[in-house]
Design a protein around this ligand. Structure first.
Ligand code: COA
Length: 162
């Protein structure tokens, strides 16, 4: 996890670039084209991944997102790698000087993320895990399980032969 205290000209230019490509990816299909646009933004994406239209992969730090092979990210999922550092909360606040905490999000091979799920900074979704529609994932999800809800909890552990 890193703390970013203020924006530089370089970070602002980068932000405009990643936002523009993010908007493009939102409306792009089929999957190989969508994946290519996200890769251009800096997202690390493995092979045979399906990233739907309408998916938001962090606008500020797309390079902090690592997606393995065979991952499904369905419509409306949001993956976030930054949030305000609440230890600096001291109103009245100027949004520009309120630092962000940034941390990576990892989606391991073969996981499926249900429609409209939100994945928060610092989370790892384990290999083969399934996250139910509309979940809010605030902590790591272990491999080969089903997790649902807000915050997402494991409700089933699958037995797999690996
Ligand atoms: C989570 C999920 C995988 C479970 O599927 P399932 O095993 O067939 O589950 P069921 O529909 O039999 O429901 C089982 C229980 O989980 C609950 N449940 C199902 N989906 C849920 C969800 N997304 N969040 C919270 N609870 C959920 C049901 O209410 C039910 O609870 P109950 O036993 O108290 O009645 C599925 O509901 C889901 O969300 N899939 C993702 C759908 C999606 O994103 N589709 C897009 C594909 S492109």
């Amino acid at each position: 996890m890193s703390i970013v205290e203020q924006r530089t000209l370089k970070s602002i230019v980068k932000s405009i670039w990643t936002h523009a490509l993010s908007d493009l990816a939102m409306f792009t299909f089929p999957y190989p084209v969508t994946n290519a646009v996200h890769r251009l933004r800096g997202v690390k994406i493995g092979k045979h991944c399906h990233i739907s239209r309408g998916v938001l992969l962090d606008d500020h730090n797309p390079e902090l997102i690592e997606i393995g092979n065979g991952v499904y990210i369905t419509y409306g999922v949001k993956i976030i790698c930054h949030k305000r550092d609440m230890s600096y909360y001291d109103p009245p606040m100027d949004g520009k000087s309120w630092p962000f905490k940034e941390s990576k999000v990892v989606l391991e091979d073969d996981c499926h993320i249900g429609i409209s799920t939100i994945i928060m900074p610092g989370v790892t979704i384990g290999k083969g895990a399934i996250v139910g529609a509309g979940s809010l994932v605030t902590h790591d999800i272990p491999p080969y399980c089903l997790a649902v809800g807000s915050p997402a909890k494991v409700v089933k552990q699958f037995t797999v032969n690996v």
